[in-house]
Ligand binder design. Structure first.
Ligand code: HEM
Length: 405
């Protein structure tokens, strides 16, 4: 054993091991393959362009990170595909957080490529045709595995798989990724099982609807007490609009219509679960689920930021009217993909519309507090012996009147 009192100098004295120690760094990482994989077309055409090296390295770095994200997503989807045990949520959080950090790197990495000037890019752009990021298999797999749906893609992007037409293996992978449950599907199933949604139990949704009713009634009274007619009318109009918006979550048929138009993604029950988790996020059992919801939004938000940064870079490099090397309208096509239809967790973003002041949130009864000790459906026999179930109306009213506040 080495002496802990050795001087700093002697700490550098280690004996260097050679091949006899086993696998070496370069061998383990297969660096010969990775570092030998930069083929500069400019050199092949005897017109070398310094920045082509950066262009290739940047794309390769992206593809490696895409691979890691897919690796994490697959593992997260595996865990979600079973009934999620509470002990697993920490692992999900860790992996989702890792995906978020990688995406942050990917968003920032665009800046490095922007150090290349459009004039330099022009020097080798023609050699690239018809290669384009549009043909990135991993990017499409990533989109599909997250939950971007075929019917939500913009027109030019609907037949994205065409470019892989001759590659059987790629087509197979795409087919699987389109048909297996995406992260959005699995999160939806998980949210639908949020404890407390059962009508015969805590009945969160029934209580929430009553709380909103009370909130609106009070708003109406306040509006009617406005001193001027103009202000009164303004407040009542605003209230009528808010009521209409809330109808879209209280009337399931309106919600379904929005889902079929691609404006909402989650099932009605999953949306209820997400709202419930958001309200009661301070309860120990809802705190990790709430963090999961936040990270899912971060993922959507960062991919949208990447799309935006990439689009701006494209405008800088080729302008707004040149076609892309992949054949699209270029900048205009990329601009169209910034739509909400590509945000798989758009419902989580829009949840804020339906938040109500804390004092109006239906208080949890004792039974519900106990149920939040584990993550899963409320057991039937526990519901039957539940004699402490409180009347939602009375509880909310009591809370609003300030007795519990
Ligand atoms: C000078 C730099 C770049 C330019 C000028 C550029 C240009 C374009 C254009 C015009 C498109 C639209 C499809 C087409 O017609 O080609 C596209 C799509 C795409 N590019 Fe780039 N790109 C650049 C860098 C990158 C980098 C570094 C990546 C990283 C992997 C990337 C990934 C993609 C992806 C994934 C798409 C498909 C996006 C979608 O369909 O939603 N691009 N690019």
């Amino acid at each position: 054993m080495s002496c802990p009192m050795r001087s700093i100098d002697s700490a550098q004295d280690g004996e260097q091991l050679g091949e006899e120690a086993g696998m070496l760094y370069a061998e383990y990482l297969m660096l010969d393959k990775i570092l030998g994989a930069q083929r500069l077309l400019g050199e092949e055409y005897h017109a070398p362009v310094h920045d082509e090296h950066l262009f290739i390295i940047t794309h390769q770095a992206y593809e490696l990170w895409f691979k890691q994200i897919i690796w994490e997503l697959d593992s997260i989807r595996n865990v979600f595909s079973e009934i999620l045990e509470e002990s697993q949520t920490l692992e999900i959080l860790r992996r989702l957080n890792r995906v978020v950090l990688i995406l942050k790197v990917l968003v920032d990495q665009v800046m490095i490529l922007e150090t290349m000037t459009p004039l330099d890019f022009m020097e080798f752009r023609n050699y690239l045709r018809p290669a384009s990021g549009f043909q990135s298999l991993q990017f499409r797999l990533l989109e599909n595995k997250l939950g971007v749906r075929q019917e939500n893609r913009v027109k030019y992007n609907k037949n994205y798989a065409k470019v892989f037409g001759n590659d059987e293996e790629a087509m197979k992978q795409l087919d699987v990724s389109e048909n297996e449950p995406s992260l959005t599907d699995l999160v939806q199933g998980w949210l639908e099982r949020t404890p407390g949604l059962e009508m015969e139990g805590f009945d969160f949704w029934g209580k929430y609807e009553k709380a909103v009713e009370i909130l609106f009634k009070e708003d109406e009274e306040r509006a009617n007490n406005e001193k001027t007619e103009a202000l009164r009318r303004y407040r009542l109009n605003d209230l009528a609009k808010r009521k209409e918006i809330y109808e879209s979550i209280f009337k399931s048929e309106i919600h379904e219509a929005l889902v079929s138009r691609g404006e909402r993604r989650f099932s009605h029950r999953a949306l209820q679960g997400a709202i419930m988790i958001t309200f009661y996020r301070d309860e120990p059992r809802f705190s990790q689920p709430h963090q999961i919801l936040t990270l899912l939004m971060d993922i959507d938000s960062l991919i949208t930021k990447w799309r935006y940064n990439h689009m701006l870079m494209v405008q800088r490099m080729i302008g707004a009217t040149q076609l892309g090397t992949g054949g699209s309208s270029g900048y205009q096509y990329l601009r169209s993909t910034l739509s909400d239809r590509y945000k798989v967790f758009v419902d989580l973003f829009n949840l804020s519309t339906f938040l109500i002041p804390r004092s109006y949130i239906p208080p949890l009864d004792d039974n519900m507090k106990n149920h939040l000790c584990y993550w899963g459906p409320i057991r039937k026999n526990e519901q039957e012996v539940d004699e402490r179930k409180t009347n939602g109306d009375a509880e909310v009213q009591k809370n609003v009147n300030g007795q519990i506040r």
